[in-house]
Structures are given as C-alpha cells and as structure tokens.
Design a protein around this ligand. Structure first.
Ligand code: HEM
Length: 331
C-alpha cells in the first residue's frame, strides 16, 4: 500500500476540519447561544422561561373538523375532543412584563392525541416573527443589551441593527399599528412558520396557521389602557371563562406553488385558500402551574400527517426550548 506523505495528510486533515466547521457551522448559533442572547437582555430569571416568561397555564381541548381531515391524516383531526394543555404568555423574558406592553402575546398548546401522538406549538399575536434566521435572532438581542446609565438598550445600536436587517421591519410595523390586546382570549395567534400537511389523497400541502378567537378580536384604546393596572390579563381571562368558554378557530392558509414557505417574516399572500381545520376550546385556568410549568412546547413535536417546513427559524427552536427548560429547572 502506498503511504501518504505527512504534509498531504496534514492538508487533508485541515480540509476535513474546515469542512466540519465550515461557514454554516460558524454562522449558525447553537441552542445555548440563542438562550444566552435572551439572557443578555432579560437576565437569568430563576424558574422562568427565557422567552414568554410571564404567563399562565390552562386546560381545554382541540377538536378537528371534516375540512381538517381533508387536509391531514393526523389523528388529532379525527373529530374527538382531545385533551390539551395550554399556556398564554406575554412576549419577552421578563416575568414581570406589563400586560399593557405593545409586544406579542403567546398561545402555546400541547394536544395529547390518541396513541400518545402529541402535537406541540407556540404561536404569537403577530402574523410574522421578528427575524428570519437564528443568526439574526442572536444579533437582534445583542443590539438590545442594556447599557450602563439608562439600563435600556442603546437606541443608536438598535437603529443600526434594524436598518441593516430589513427582516425585522414587518413585525415592528405590525405591532406599532395593532392595538394592545384586551384579552388573552380575544386576539389572533399565528404560527408564522410553515408546515406540510399530508392529506388522505396523499397530497402534501404547505400552509401557515392562525388561531382566531371565535368571538372576535378586541383591542384596547389609549384611554382604556391608562385605566388598567400592569397585570390584568389573568383576571380578565378568569372573568371571560366564567361567562362561557373561550374558543379559537384553527385556520390554515394554504400556500400556492412558488410561495415563500421557509421565512417566518414573510406572510403568505392574502387571498390564499383558508381551511378551517379545527377548534381549540379553553376550559379552565390552572394558576397552580402544575400542568405546564415544567414542560416546554417544542414545535417539532408533530403528529403523523404534519411535517415541518425547512424554515431555519423553526429548526432552531427545539434546541433553544430544551436549553431554556434545562436552565429554568435548575435550582
Ligand atoms: C430562532 C427562533 C426562536 C428561538 C431561539 C426561540 C426561543 C424561545 C425560548 C428559549 C423559549 C422558552 C422555552 C421554554 O423555556 O420552555 C421560547 C418560548 C416561546 N416562543 Fe420561541 N423562539 C424562537 C422562535 C419562535 C417563533 C417563530 C414563535 C412563534 C411564532 C415563538 C413563540 C414562542 C412562545 C409563544 C413561547 C412561550 C411558550 C410557552 O408558553 O411555554 N418562538 N422561545
């Protein structure tokens, strides 16, 4: 056997290492770096989620519609009322964030489908996410780190980041124009990432979903906001639940061939077909936190019949959620 010369071996080894740690690996942050980025702005809040830190657990059920069964073979659409763990939240990593903030609200669910088939999701009250890549997620928070003196972000850094990253504009514009939600139960919650649904006809359709409150959306006026305390969302939901169930229609907007389905900052064009695939009913608040405090809602836990798109933001989520769960469970 012919022996390779030492310099050739060295060159090959260097090449293999460069390949392993190539440009993609160098630019894609690992889950720990994603969570570090959140902690850089919000700090390490003991026991709290590093994002969606303020929130409340609830329980209810998800039920699929006949149209849902046409869209996906997933057992969660078969028509039975499936027990579901729910968590509502206020965006960001501050467990004392004011409910009056012009930030996103969150709706996370874990549908405990038949045969232990679980479906987990975390959705926000904006049709788009605030960055289109994990690398920009880290840079977004780095630009917003609190500076000595004000304790807030450096506005010049924020502006420079926003000017250089047009993907942040759609969510900023949406939140500036939308009223502050009057209730966890009266606002739309979008998935923003696309998923691929396989139907009984064996066809695969890409779509993005939204939960729309059955009794409509309610926003607060400036005067109403002034009159409210910083914490009102839990009491409001309690009162709403006492009057009757809080429910959401689960609607999936179907992408046409050629639509962008790998970018959470780009909504599908208006006018695409919408399938009313299910209904989420919120039954009870769980202020003890027992049903959801120690779990995470991993958007890649999907039933058979729903698959992820290749959106890099979606792919980055499970790792970061697991790291956040690990850190918040540490004593
Ligand atoms: C690079 C992308 C993302 C990263 C790194 C990230 C990171 C995180 C982390 C670390 C948590 C806390 C998890 C826990 O402790 O259980 C979290 C929670 C959450 N995220 Fe994300 N996220 C990303 C994208 C998204 C997107 C696209 C959405 C929805 C459109 C979203 C909605 C939520 C919601 C609603 C929560 C709170 C969930 C709960 O109540 O447990 N996130 N995220």
């Amino acid at each position: 056997m012919k022996r390779m010369s030492k310099p050739l071996l060295t060159v090959l080894a260097a090449g293999i290492l460069a390949g392993l740690a190539g440009p993609v690996a160098a630019q894609t942050p690992d889950p720990g770096q994603l969570v570090d980025a959140l902690e850089g702005v919000f700090g390490k809040q003991p026991g709290a989620r590093r994002s969606g830190a303020k929130g409340v657990c609830a329980t209810g059920f998800f039920v699929g519609t006949p149209e849902g069964r046409g869209l996906s073979t997933a057992a969660v659409f078969k028509g039975a009322e499936i027990p579901t763990v729910i968590r509502f939240s206020v965006g960001g990593g501050n467990p004392k964030a004011p409910d009056k903030a012009k930030s996103v609200r969150g709706l996370a669910i874990k549908v405990n489908g038949p045969g232990k088939e679980s479906w987990e999701q975390a959705n926000i009250s904006a049709p788009v996410f605030f960055v289109n890549s994990p690398a920009n997620f880290v840079k977004f928070f780095e630009a917003r780190r609190p500076v000595p003196g004000t304790g807030g972000p450096d506005p010049a850094k924020v502006k420079a980041f926003n000017d250089a990253h047009p993907d942040v504009k759609p969510q900023i514009a949406y939140l500036a124009s939308a009223p502050v939600p009057a209730s966890y139960g009266a606002v739309n919650y979008w998935g923003t990432n696309a998923f691929i649904f396989t139907g009984p006809d064996n066809k695969k359709r890409a779509g993005k979903w939204v939960f729309e409150p059955a009794r409509g959306v309610e926003g607060l006026t400036e005067d109403q906001l002034k009159a409210l305390p910083n914490d009102f969302l839990v009491d409001e939901l309690k009162a709403r639940l006492a009057k009757g169930n809080v429910a959401f229609n689960f609607n999936v907007q179907i992408a046409d061939a050629g639509d962008v389905i790998n970018d959470a900052t780009v909504p599908l064009p208006a006018g695409r077909k919408v399938v009313n695939a299910g209904r989420l009913v919120v039954e009870k608040l769980d202020e003890s936190g027992a049903s959801c405090d120690k779990i995470t809602f991993n958007p890649l836990v999907l039933p058979k019949g729903i698959a992820p798109s290749d959106d890099p933001v979606l792919m980055a989520r499970p790792g970061a959620y697991a790291v956040s769960l690990g850190r918040r469970l540490q004593k």
